[in-house]
Structure formats: structure tokens, C-alpha cells
Design a protein around this ligand. Structure first.
Ligand code: F6P
Length: 392
């Protein structure tokens, strides 16, 4: 067993929130209680660690009932003084004065360890803490499911459930109005949410960052469905899917982190399809609905296990490690292994193969080239046109 002297542990939640964060906090607190540790929760992510230091005591009483609550009782931010450029690009280095201030806080509170719950950006910060000698344990969190070294992150299943529910609803209205419906989902530079929700919600076309696609191929799928008597089409597009010319559709580039804020491709796709197909087309951008609300059963179980295991790692002084879900086991890996490479969808993997086997188009290759004739404006020819706005 580990540290006999220090009997207090700190926890913080950092980056974009997601369902299950409170379940992790509760898991840590309950496990800490059993192992004889006090807990403190730092507010607003890493910001709470430094001037002004902001934390609250956490115990089984004041964390009771939070298992099912979305968001995080500790607050979070993906901006601020610690924001790091992460992922495939170079990461920013944290100001040494900030690192020193964090160490002072950890020392003054006599913390045995600090549990950092976050996605790749937040875990890259935790890694720098570790390299600086601050005793950290990482817990992977993101709806995007793009962290390597863990098969699933909590939050992902809840986001997929939300996107699937949206597709179920869009399905009936699309069929009633014989429309093309485009649903834009989150996921940053990975297509996991789009792919899972697209399959679960009966999408006809799924566009993801990992597979290059063309408007012609998407049009082809819509027309093929019409020939088969299906006069509506559901298209799921990941916010990070590249346009056929290779461009990303972004809302802004954050100055402090240089991270691109994605979004808007759904409308681009819908507008272009309407022009080419002359079919009524609508776009829904699901946005932060995917991040809110109660966690699914799966995420509650996963997040609770992550919390309990993180506390065990602190107790065993296994610092610099991150919880990893390797079904059926909850394990751990060096944080550095999880943040250096993002996990993207394998274009030839089983999920993509299953989608193709079902006839779902990934926008990359028409199944029947003979249907694929277009006029000089790129509009598919040979089918009755439906006027945009003609209604029912
Ligand atoms: O990483 C989680 C995520 O929800 C991404 O899917 C999305 O691109 C981003 O965060 C949105 O960030 P913000 O909450 O800052 O708009």
C-alpha cells in the first residue's frame, strides 16, 4: 500500500463537459471514503488550482444523488490559462510559473494525488504536470471517443444515444415530407459519433473525416433510393468531415489554444444537395444537446468504474497513468500513450464494413455507375425533378 501520511485526494473535471462526469466524481469519493481519504474538488477545471485557488470539500453526503446528473458539479472549461494545443499538432507548453503554482497548491493541501478527468487536451496538461513531478492520475473523458489507449470513453454512448434519437425523429418527418434530411453531429476530427449513430438510427449516408466523399456519390444514393421507392434520405455528417476539396468547415479558431471550433458542414452539404438534386432538403445541427442530460446506463457504469479505479491508482501511487477500458477489464496506461495519437475510424474496419454491407453510403463510391450521369452543372439527370419548396 501506498502513502501512509497523505490522506487527501484532489479531483477536477476539465475540457468540454459530457454525461458521466458526476458519476466519476461520485465513484472517486465513495472509493476514497472506503480507503480512508478525504476529497477536495477543484472548480472550473485546472483554473481552480491556481490564483485564486478554488476548491470544495467532497464527501459521500454532498455527492449523493449526482450519479444521474449531466454536466459536472465542479464546473469545467476548455479555455483559460492552461488551454493547450493538442492532438495531432504540437502541444503548447504550460507556463513554468503556473506549474509551480499548481505544485504549491498540491503541497499546501497535502494531496496524495490529483485526479484529472478530461479529453486529449486536458490529459496533455496532466502529462505535463506528471513530467513536472506533480502526482496525477488521468481519467479519459470525451463524447468524441477519439482517445487512443481506451476502447471507449464515457460520454460517447450518451452522445450516440442522443444522435440516434434525433435520427429516429428525423426519419418520420423526412418520410412524411419526402425530404432529404442532413444531421450534423459532433466528434471533432473523428467520425465515431456519426458512424455509430448513423448505423443505429438507420442513416442512408454517413460522411466522416476518415473517408473522402463526393457530392456526386451522395446524390447518387438519394436517387438510387428514389428508384427503389424511398423518396426520402437521411444523411449523417460528422462536423469534422472534410469537404470534397479537402477543406474543413469551421466556426472559429480559438486564439489561446489554436484549436479549430468545427461546425457548419451540415448546412454546406444540405445547400449543395438541394441545388444539385432539386429536392427539398433540411439540415439539423445537433450541437451541444449531445453533451447534455443524464448519462446512459452504459456511461454510468463505465464512469463509476473509472472513478473507483482512479482512486485505487492514487492509493497505489501509480502516477502518470490514465484509466483505460479494455473490455472486459478496466486497466491503465501511461497518459503519454493516450494523448500522442488520436484514435480515428478505420476506413476498412468492421463497423465501416458493416455499414457498407447494409447498403449505407459513405459517399465514396457509387454501387451502380450507370445511375451516375450528371449534366454540365453536376445535377444528376434522368429522374423527375421535384421543385424545392413545392411542399406537399
Ligand atoms: O470534444 C467535445 C466537443 O463536443 C467536440 O465534439 C466539439 O467539436 C467541441 O467539443 C465543441 O466545443 P465547445 O463546447 O467549445 O463548443
Amino acid at each position: 500500500m501506498a502513502n501512509q501520511q497523505k490522506r487527501r485526494v484532489g479531483i477536477l473535471t476539465s475540457g468540454g463537459d459530457c454525461p458521466g462526469l458526476n458519476a466519476v466524481i461520485r465513484g472517486v469519493v465513495k472509493c476514497a471514503h472506503k480507503l480512508g481519504y478525504d476529497c477536495v474538488g477543484f472548480l472550473k477545471g485546472y483554473e481552480g488550482l491556481v490564483d485564486p485557488v478554488c476548491y470544495v470539500p467532497l464527501n459521500t453526503k454532498n455527492t449523493s444523488g449526482i450519479l444521474t446528473q449531466g454536466g459536472t458539479i465542479l464546473g469545467s472549461t476548455n479555455r483559460g490559462r492552461f488551454a493547450a494545443k493538442t492532438g495531432v499538432d504540437d502541444r503548447a507548453t504550460i507556463d513554468p510559473d503556473l506549474l509551480s503554482a499548481v505544485r504549491t497548491t498540491v503541497d499546501q493541501l497535502d494531496l496524495a494525488g490529483l485526479i484529472c478527468v478530461g479529453g486529449d487536451g486536458s490529459l496533455a496538461i496532466a502529462q505535463q504536470f506528471h513530467e513536472y513531478g506533480i502526482p496525477v492520475v488521468g481519467v479519459p473523458k470525451t463524447i468524441d471517443n477519439d482517445l487512443s489507449a481506451t476502447v471507449y470513453t464515457f460520454g460517447f454512448d450518451s452522445a450516440v444515444a442522443c444522435a440516434t434519437d434525433a435520427l429516429d425523429r428525423l426519419h418520420t418527418t423526412a418520410a412524411s415530407h419526402e425530404r432529404v434530411m442532413v444531421l450534423e453531429v459532433m466528434g471533432r476530427h473523428a467520425g465515431w459519433i456519426a458512424l455509430h449513430a448513423g448505423i443505429a438510427g438507420g442513416g442512408d449516408v454517413i460522411l466522416i473525416p476518415e473517408i473522402r466523399w463526393t457530392f456526386e456519390n451522395v446524390c447518387h444514393k438519394v436517387l438510387e433510393r428514389e428508384r427503389n421507392g424511398k423518396r426520402f434520405t437521411l444523411i449523417v455528417v460528422a462536423e469534422g468531415a472534410l469537404l470534397p476539396d479537402g477543406g474543413l468547415v469551421a466556426r472559429e479558431r480559438r486564439r489561446e489554444s489554436q484549436q479549430v471550433r468545427l461546425g457548419g458542414i451540415g448546412n454546406v452539404v444540405a445547400t449543395e444537395l438541394e441545388t444539385r438534386l432539386k429536392r427539398e432538403t433540411r439540415c439539423v445541427v445537433l450541437g451541444h444537446l449531445q453533451r447534455g442530460g443524464p448519462p446512459t446506463t452504459f456511461d454510468r457504469v463505465l464512469a463509476t468504474q473509472f472513478g473507483a479505479h482512479a482512486m485505487r491508482l492514487v492509493h497505489q501511487e501509480r502516477f502518470g497513468e490514465m484509466i483505460s477500458f479494455q473490455p472486459p477489464n478496466i486497466d491503465s496506461v501511461p497518459i503519454v500513450d493516450a494523448v500522442s495519437v488520436l484514435r480515428s475510424v478505420d476506413p476498412n474496419g468492421p463497423l465501416v464494413q458493416a455499414a457498407r454491407a447494409l447498403g449505407i453510403s459513405l459517399g465514396d463510391a457509387p454501387e451502380d455507375e450507370t445511375l451516375f450521369a450528371t449534366d454540365s452543372a453536376g445535377t444528376p439527370v434522368g429522374l423527375t425533378e421535384k421543385l424545392v419548396g413545392s411542399g406537399i
